[in-house]
Design a protein around this ligand. Structure first.
Ligand SMILES: [Zn+2]
Length: 421
């Protein structure tokens, strides 16, 4: 008689147990299926069936069950990710880096006059901010040396070791290629196709450095920690010297294939209208920037003076020594008729541009920042009827919330600090 080795004995036992178990499981499932089918009125002729046939039914039933479970899991996952787009605003959540440690980040606001750097903590709050003159007339290497030194000194002044800095983000005017870390072009600065992330990284011995257009960075700041926090689709408009714009689509900064997109102030709202700084005529910026409002106010003042019409705007401007973006708003609040005409015109153009943005992007939140946003809620109240009556789909879809931005001048620096997350 052949001697059976222990290993063969174990293998044989396992095979037998497996066969019994599988046959029992398939048989049991098959039997349950047959019972369930008869319970709902589908009678199967079990007399002509043997155990093997019931097992085959059980086998196929198990495959169908597994398929249905997998389908349900995928469907639930899809539903969950889809619902993120419509979730209501929430408090800014803490940022914890990939290593699981909470660290600091630096946001840099690169301007034509000053470079500002701020340390931002994991709750999106500025811990320390410092700025130096840009000296934009100098060669780029000197500007970069100053920028690197600014990063080190802001840490020193905050009592934070540079090793605690997780990442740095730069908000730059002009066209910033965030994929390559390159400033393609920056108005009033000597950077042309300049590898700013590499240049700063070499000086500081840090790899995690990002760059973005300043208006886009501000929109990102509002999206992660400001008026649009908790949303995945938002637009921010900045009403200052110009009309800046930033668009967040599905949780990402949108800047077009060449990084020059989202120049929302340079869409025409009046063909052959007022000249714009970009060379075009009739841009939204030429009607809705603070600069445009000052121009409209000055024109109305000149008109009043010429016709001998009294307006409170004259006294307000004289008191402040100049016409500003608040001159017409102040006089309007005091019931001045000429100021009302200026504000009506200004608000009409502003609302027209905002409706254009809503109709293109349908963002969950459209926030308004920049100097003019200092007028606060009443600015929105003045426009809301026009926006509601003109925007597409008012009665059929959930409407965009038009709000005042929350982070003020810090939006860009906070957004920059949290680029690349
Ligand atoms: Zn323009």
């Amino acid at each position: 008689m052949k001697k059976i080795k222990p290993k063969e004995l174990i293998d044989g036992c396992l095979e037998l147990v497996g066969e019994i178990l599988f046959e029992f499981i398939f048989l049991a499932i098959g039997a349950v299926i047959i019972i369930l089918l008869s319970a709902i009125g589908i009678n199967i002729d079990t007399d002509s069936m043997d155990g093997e046939m019931v097992s085959v039914i059980g086998f196929f039933a198990l495959i169908v069950i597994l398929f249905l479970v997998a389908f349900a899991v995928i469907a639930i996952k899809k539903l969950k990710s889809g619902s993120q787009n419509t979730k209501s605003p929430k408090k800014a959540t803490k940022y914890i880096n990939k290593k699981g440690k909470s660290m600091y980040r630096i946001g840099i606001d690169l301007g034509g006059t000053n470079i500002a750097a701020a340390i931002v903590n994991e709750e999106f709050k500025i811990v320390k901010k410092k700025s130096v003159p840009t000296g934009a007339e100098r060669e780029t290497k000197y500007i970069m040396d100053d920028m690197a030194e600014l990063c080190r000194s802001v840490c020193a002044e905050a009592g934070i070791s540079f090793e605690e800095i997780d990442a740095i983000g730069i908000a730059s005017p002009g066209v910033a290629n965030h994929t390559d870390g390159v400033i393609e072009y920056a108005n009033n600065l000597p950077f042309r196709r300049f590898e700013i992330c590499r240049e700063l990284g070499e000086r500081l011995g840090l790899n995690n450095i990002h760059v973005e257009n300043d208006a886009n960075a501000a929109a990102w700041g509002e999206a992660i920690a400001g008026a649009a926090r908790g949303t995945r689709n938002s637009v921010m408009i900045t009403l200052g010297t110009g009309v800046g714009g930033g668009v967040i689509i599905d949780g990402k900064v949108f800047s077009g294939f060449n990084y020059a997109g989202a120049e929302l102030g340079h869409v025409v709202i009046e063909r052959d209208g007022r000249p714009c700084s970009c060379g075009r005529r009739g841009c939204w910026e030429a009607y809705s920037s603070a600069t445009a409002l000052i121009k409209m106010t000055s024109e109305k003042l000149a008109e009043c003076e010429e016709s001998g019409r009294h307006t409170l705007m004259t006294e307000i401007a004289r008191e402040k020594g100049k016409v500003s973006g608040v001159t017409a708003f102040k006089a309007h609040a005091l019931g001045d008729e000429a100021a009302r005409e200026v504000i009506d015109t200004y608000i009409g153009y502003l609302a027209t541009g905002l409706v254009n943005m809503i109709n293109i992007f349908q963002p969950e939140v459209l926030s308004i920042g920049g100097g003019i946003s200092g007028e606060g809620r009443k600015l929105i109240d003045m426009m809301i009827d026009q926006i509601k009556s003109e925007q597409y789909g008012t009665d059929f879809v959930e409407n965009t919330r038009v709000v005042i931005a929350e982070l003020g001048n810090d939006a860009g620096i906070i957004g920059a600090a949290f680029l690349g997350i």
